[in-house]
Write a protein that binds this ligand. Structure first.
Ligand code: ZN
Length: 404
């Protein structure tokens, strides 16, 4: 502990152990003549005001950064920073969200750093956290709750000449407006939405009594179209993946896979000699000898779980379907979908390439059922990513959100 803090700590202990009269006796004469100016001693665990000059700073918590580092960066003493962070870890186990603004009050210098006096921030709209010094010199954490209204908010209106700006003009936060357009783009060209088509969406929303509010993700997104079929999406979690699902999609159809690429099978499922690694190994999928740039289609309706580089597989798209089925499309030259998107059977998800461990352009297509590779050519499964029971629950959720 820095020398200054030790002195203050001892002074605080001395003040506590002395009877009040003794404390008064040590006070300057002019103060005892005007007793009204002597404030009553605060409770032991109340925050104490720092003595001497202070510096107030504001910093925002960036991604992957911890409060301790943030405090040290502002110039706070390392031990003080560690102690304050410890208290926060216990009180806010979920962590402080990225971008949270932290107010830091620094006191007198202790070597190259400054004594940490107070830290405050709001990890959510519902409460504020303050860490400050008490009379013993140690830190105490206080949590102040605020009443919040967490009812989701619904927005409706005409699409107008520009759907995005119509959404924004009706009060939809930019992020939710983008999410809405992305969902609709998976089915239609959003530039061709008629001006009198109507949008209807529900977003997660938190409003504090202090007037602050924060818009969360899109829960429900619908487009009521005059001259075409309506589109509806509901936020839902399937197989650990959260995305926007269509409650009107058909349930359990067993018409098998769509062919992911228009090309011949060049290597089938099973044991073979690996063309590069030169040893016999189990080929966990099938290869299609397609030309570079040939479009690759989703074998079935699903959600994009990944579209990224996957080691020897190169650029890979992974889709999650119903009943624990996953498909993957490897060695792609480029992607046509982003993670989290809902894709339909036959929709283009990428293009054939030779990325990763590959001897030339081809598509390596794999199917896994409950984590185990199965022969894609012998596989047939439900077309929709949800079973009928799951769909019933999803439809009920859509009804519930339409009642907001
Ligand atoms: Zn292969």
């Amino acid at each position: 502990m820095p020398a200054g803090a030790v002195v203050l700590g001892l002074a605080a202990i001395a003040a506590q152990t002395l009877p009040p009269s003794a404390a008064l006796a040590t006070a300057p004469v002019q103060q005892s003549e005007r007793p009204a100016r002597v404030a009553p001693a605060p409770p032991v665990d109340a925050f104490v005001e720092p003595s001497g000059a202070t510096v107030e700073l504001f910093a925002s918590l960036s991604d992957g950064n911890e409060l301790k580092q943030l405090l040290e960066r502002t110039g706070a003493d390392a031990k003080d920073s560690a102690r304050a962070s410890e208290l926060v870890d216990d009180a806010v186990p979920a962590g402080i969200p990225e971008g949270t603004e932290v107010a830091v009050l620094l006191g007198q210098k202790t070597g190259s750093a400054r004594r940490l006096e107070r830290v405050s921030f709001k990890p959510s709209l519902a409460f504020k956290v303050t860490i400050g010094r008490i009379r013993t010199g140690d830190f105490k954490l206080a949590r102040d709750g605020v009443n919040v209204d967490t009812r989701p908010r619904r927005f409706k209106g005409a699409a107008g000449s520009d759907l995005f700006w119509s959404l924004r003009a009706s009060g939809v936060p930019a992020e939710a407006a983008n999410e809405f357009l992305e969902a609709m783009s998976s089915r239609i060209n959003v530039r061709q939405v008629a001006p009198d088509d109507r949008f209807d969406l529900v977003i997660d929303h938190v409003r504090a009594e202090t007037g602050e509010n924060r818009g969360g993700p899109l829960l429900y997104a619908a487009l009521d179209r005059r001259n075409a079929n309506d589109l509806t999406f509901v936020r839902w979690t399937v197989g650990g993946h959260t995305g926007l699902f269509d409650p009107t999609m058909p349930a359990q159809r067993t018409d098998g896979f769509a062919r992911p690429v228009q090309a011949k099978v060049s290597s089938s499922f099973g044991h073979r000699l690996h063309p590069i690694l030169r040893f016999a190994r189990f080929h966990q999928g099938v290869d299609f000898g397609a030309r570079w740039g040939t479009p690759v289609a989703a074998a079935a309706d699903g959600i994009v779980r990944g579209a990224d580089w996957a080691g020897g597989y190169g650029r890979q798209v992974r889709l999650v379907h119903s009943s624990g089925v996953l498909t993957s499309y490897s060695h792609l030259s480029s992607f046509a979908v982003a993670p989290g998107t809902y894709v339909r059977r036959g929709q283009v998800i990428g293009y054939v390439g030779s990325s990763g461990l590959s001897t030339g352009p081809h598509l390596h297509f794999e199917v896994r059922k409950d984590g185990q590779p199965v022969d894609p050519l012998s596989f047939s499964f439900a077309r929709a990513p949800l079973g009928s029971a799951e769909l019933a629950v999803l439809r009920a959720r859509a009804e519930q959100l339409r009642g907001v």
